[in-house]
Design a protein around this ligand. Structure first.
Ligand code: AMP
Length: 394
């Protein structure tokens, strides 16, 4: 029998899945359903990245896509026994500092957080409902992007707004927590002396943020109340002066929906370059606007490494992850170029080889590249919920 856990990341019209065995780090299969609806598509891959045939099925809804995925996986693994399903859920509010097995009461609590993350939370929860319906009795485990950051000290949790807003939940939550959890766990395993120190992790992908981690605990993050703050991203603005938003509302009559579209979908690298949200495309383009978009990205990253190090009172290691952080030696080199004052100096040959260590031998601060694995963090939580500990699994 193939005992396995499924991980799900449900977006507005997409569903990312991974099937993990009850033990071990390598997934048995991964898949992505896109454009869920009449034009839905499904791509599946096996453990070595080889394409797997998708079974014919309904891709018209998240529930249908989920069943089609499992039907397809059953062709590969006819004796599949699904132990639990782990879900990526963007917001756990201030209540959830760890994954939780979902009950109807917990689902109600999580629904109340939807206004804090209206673009993601409702879809994540729809994924939980669809999986509960498709697999009744199989534990559904919610894993939160915010949970890793619940250890922030108050000064990094609050905004300087009237207290009543803090009390109703207007706080700096921080996101990408599953990625930071994975990276700090990997470091604790492979370089415990660094993991015990002051760590700045830069998750640079289509979404981008940084996290200051001390002795395995998050103490600050560049993302705050929403996943808009901090670094510029593929299509998200990153930090903007709130006065700009007042101007857009007052003087240009923009609605909340229009401003939301501007900040989430039209800004960042896409907005600055007028060309693309994709770093590879910008690196290849070489137009003045693409070059400026990259310059802005690099500069804001340098600033935020400084800010995170200030929150930590120093820095022992800088770790890059995410699609850009893991793959773009040019961006890593450029970010590190002006950080010599922090003891950061990279070895260009090591950087070209994508690490794991890319700092020069004599540098005071270790710089590393560690590919992140958010799905594995979710799979481990899904296993833990049914009593499989990683120690017994090792
Ligand atoms: P993610 O959201 O983590 O999948 O990251 C997506 C981002 O990583 C996109 O901007 C890609 O262009 C970027 N990326 C992936 N591979 C490379 C590469 N080899 N060089 C530069 N950027 C890359």
């Amino acid at each position: 029998m193939t005992r396995a856990v499924l991980t799900l990341n449900a977006g507005s019209s997409s569903l990312k899945v991974a099937l993990f065995p009850a033990q071990g780090d390598r997934s048995l299969a991964t898949g992505q359903a896109d454009a869920i609806g009449p034009e839905g598509t499904l791509k599946l891959k096996g453990p070595f990245g080889q394409p797997l045939e998708a079974a014919p099925g309904d891709l018209g809804s998240h529930g249908g896509a989920m069943r089609t995925v499992i039907d397809s996986l059953r062709v590969e693994y006819p004796d599949l026994a699904l132990l639990s399903v782990g879900h990526r859920v963007v917001h756990g509010g201030d209540a959830f500092a760890a994954p939780v097995t979902v009950t109807p009461d917990i689902l109600t609590t999580l629904e109340k957080l939807s206004p804090f993350a209206p673009l993601h939370q409702p879809h994540n929860l729809a994924g939980i409902r669809a999986a509960t319906e498709a697999y009744p009795g199989v534990p559904q485990v919610a894993c939160f992007d915010t949970a890793f950051h619940r250890s922030h000290p108050w000064v990094n949790d609050a905004f300087a707004l009237p207290r009543a807003l803090y009390d109703e939940g207007v706080r700096r939550y921080g996101f990408h927590g599953l990625s930071y959890d994975y990276v700090s766990g990997e470091l604790a395993r492979t370089a415990p002396h660094l993991a015990a120190g002051r760590l700045v992790v830069a998750h640079l992908g289509n979404g981008a943020s940084m996290c200051a981690i001390q002795n395995g605990r998050s103490i600050a993050s560049t993302m705050g109340f929403s996943a808009l703050d901090g670094l510029p991203m593929g299509t998200r603005s990153g930090q903007v002066d709130p006065g700009v938003l007042l101007y857009l509302m007052d003087q240009k009559g923009m609605t909340a929906a229009q401003i939301s579209d501007l900040l989430y979908r039209q800004s960042g690298l896409l907005g600055l370059s007028g060309l693309s949200n994709d770093m590879r495309t910008l690196e290849a383009a070489g137009t003045p606007e693409a070059t400026q978009a990259i310059d802005y990205f690099v500069f804001r990253c340098q600033r935020e490494v400084g800010a995170m190090a200030a929150a930590l009172g120093g820095i022992d290691a800088l770790v890059f992850c995410g699609g850009i952080g893991e793959n773009s030696r040019m961006i890593r080199a450029r970010i590190c170029e002006r950080l010599g004052w922090m003891g950061i100096e990279i070895d260009h040959a090591l950087n070209a080889a994508n690490g794991p260590v890319i700092s020069s031998d004599l540098a005071r601060t270790t710089v590393m590249v560690l590919p992140t694995n958010e799905e594995l963090v979710i799979a481990r939580a899904a296993r833990a919920a049914v009593g499989i500990s990683e120690r017994t699994a090792a």
